[in-house]
Design a protein. Sequence first.
Length: 296
Amino acid sequence: MADSQSNARLRADAGTPTSGVIHVRTRLTADFTVISNALAQRPGSAVTIGVAAYIASLPDGSAVTINALCAHFAEGEILISRALRELEAAGYLERRRERTPTGQVRTRTYFSDVPGGSPAPDSPPEPPKPPRPRKRLAVPESPAPALADAGSKTVVATPDPGAVLTDADPAAIALLTALRRVDPRLVLSTQEASRLAPAVAEWLAAGVGPREITELLTVRLPDRFRARPASVLAFRLRETPLPAPSPAPIQPSAERPVVPPFQTCDGCERAFRAPAPGHCRDCRDHLGRERWRAAA
């Protein structure tokens, strides 16, 4: 008797899924980073997860400023800034102001593998700054990034993003972001533009036009910057005195003196001012002398 034949498909292996992704895993012994599933599978922006994975893969002391991240990723400053804020709100990222042994204040960035990891040690409170001897524009310093040690966490000292002003003047922000069109080196992050915006707004309020401010900030710049461009702009805004305010217009007086009209002298036909027609002063004096002589 012939064997029975069947055209049914062979039964798939019970350990292999019939749909979805199938992982081809390789055991890595170097150059790898461990990321929790809570972070890798976090719903929301893919940019946020990518920035978190990139920061987790960096060694301690690497620069994680917005400019450094923008140089690595194709996304712009807005998306990178939003990703850092989301990581900070979720508890993966923490930024604290700390004082270095030299007395300078820096912002250290702490990245944790899980939300709400061990917090950074508290830094001593910053003493109040002494008042300036004369009025200058209040533009905070924008120090260059500096590396720091932080044990097993990724730590880097970056300019303080906490100084970002939510109510910055849009006209001042637009002027600062347009400086790169004049000088390509004047690229400012969102935090840097927000820190410089109050000083630019003060210049605009003083009556200085955008063209004059742009010329002030871009002319005669050094060929090579030894600090961040924001530091150079902050120095110029802080050290250049505000223009003197324009004098107030003279208010018209409520009571104006009455000016008599011109009259023609009846004697010499000279024009003179008087409320009514008659003789000028010289003719009145002459007539007075003639009458005195006649009476004598």
